[in-house]
Design a protein around this ligand. Structure first.
Ligand code: PMP
Length: 352
């Protein structure tokens, strides 16, 4: 730290992104990326946009907003695009958390970082023993609620009825539902936005839409909420979505059949992985995401993670008391998962 850093940030511990080691070629099952290539239309439109980079990108992302508004059945002033959904989440912490924020103790690690960065008081509410959210903990909390649905790293989702109860019981506070993983089997709360003006739904193109490197996310909510978020966007970086990414986003929405087919493959592969891991004595949460959260009966999460890494497979391990028996494994292609299973069999042989 330099002596120039503002004192209000000198204790900030940044978010740790999933590792991307370059010492060998790994099978990457650690950052919940898609194993499938970016759609062809997305690639083509991004390339076309690349020939005009002398111009600033459109701050309103008009073409993308029009395409997405139609796709999601909302009006164009109910949606904002950002540089990954991380950015819209950060904007929400900046904009809506005067009374503080609440979120589960086990959830997306960036929430507490954003809260600290923005000087927001926050309370982490423990998940139940089985890692599920007790919705009673979020009734009328009088603070801004952040819930990943499905949650990460557990993959467990709340139903739309439960989400609605939480939104309804907090009319004076924004409820942010982070649907980064919704396309792999959970129900979206976008259908509720015209009913509740305190609901903000965020989603990303990073997972189901194979555009993690493009950095594209968005928020959908009432016009007033979106206007507030735009005030922040225009006060920080109006050109937050670059032209190539905006074009790729349109391509991805056009190629929706390809995206849906990929989501179905991920669901099939998830079923396959669950079945195979059970045979190897793993237990896991009931995930509706593109990852599973699994624990071996006698080998620690850290040992699984380290041994797999030695063998060229990356998974995510969290060095936190309640999580340390687990590893989070991204659902890759069938071929990647077959290698993972083979390596796990070797590890079990070596250690037991
Ligand atoms: N929410 C959750 C729960 C996530 O796991 C992630 C991915 N790390 C994000 C949001 C942000 O994803 P992105 O910025 O790539 O849209």
């Amino acid at each position: 730290m330099s002596s120039f850093l503002t004192s209000k940030l000198d204790h900030l511990v940044p978010y740790t992104p999933g590792e991307q080691p370059k010492d060998m070629k790994y099978i990457k099952l650690n950052t919940n990326e898609s194993p499938f290539p970016t759609s062809e239309t997305a690639q083509r439109l991004a390339l076309e946009a690349a020939s005009n980079l002398q111009l600033y990108s459109d701050p309103e992302c008009r073409d993308l907003v029009n395409t997405a508004a139609e796709y999601f059945g909302v009006s164009t002033d109910q949606i904002i695009f950002t540089n990954g959904s991380d950015e819209v989440l950060n904007f929400a912490f900046m904009a809506f958390c005067e009374n503080g924020a609440v979120f589960p103790d086990i959830t997306y690690g960036f929430y507490s970082v954003f809260a600290k960065l923005n000087g927001v008081d926050f309370k982490e509410i423990p998940l139940k023993q089985d890692f599920s959210v007790d919705i009673n903990d979020y009734m009328g909390v009088n603070k801004t609620v952040f819930l990943a649905n499905p949650n990460a790293p557990t993959g467990i989702a709340l139903g739309l009825d439960d989400i609605e109860k939480i939104v309804k019981s907090n009319p004076n506070n924004v409820v942010v539902i982070d649907e980064a993983y919704v396309d792999f089997g959970a129900e979206s709360a976008i259908s509720l936005i015209n009913k509740y003006d305190n609901l903000l739904v965020t989603q990303t193109f990073s997972k189901s839409r194979s555009l993690a490197g493009g950095r594209l996310g968005f928020g959908i909510g009432s016009k007033a909420l979106i206007r507030d978020l735009n005030t922040i966007k225009y006060s920080t970086n109006p050109y937050n979505v670059n032209s190539m990414t905006a074009a790729a986003g349109i391509g991805s929405l056009i190629d929706d059949e390809y995206i849906r087919a990929n989501c179905e493959k991920i669901k099939e592969n998830r079923e396959y992985l669950v079945k195979e891991l059970k045979k190897l004595d793993f237990t896991m949460t009931d995930s509706t995401a593109n990852f599973i959260f699994a624990k071996h009966s006698s080998i620690s999460g850290k040992d699984i993670y380290l041994r797999l890494k030695e063998k060229g497979v990356l998974v995510r391990y969290f060095d936190k008391e309640r999580l340390k028996d687990y590893t989070r494994i991204t659902i890759g292609s069938k071929e990647q998962l077959e290698v993972l299973i083979d390596k796990l069999k070797e590890i079990i042989k070596e250690l037991l």
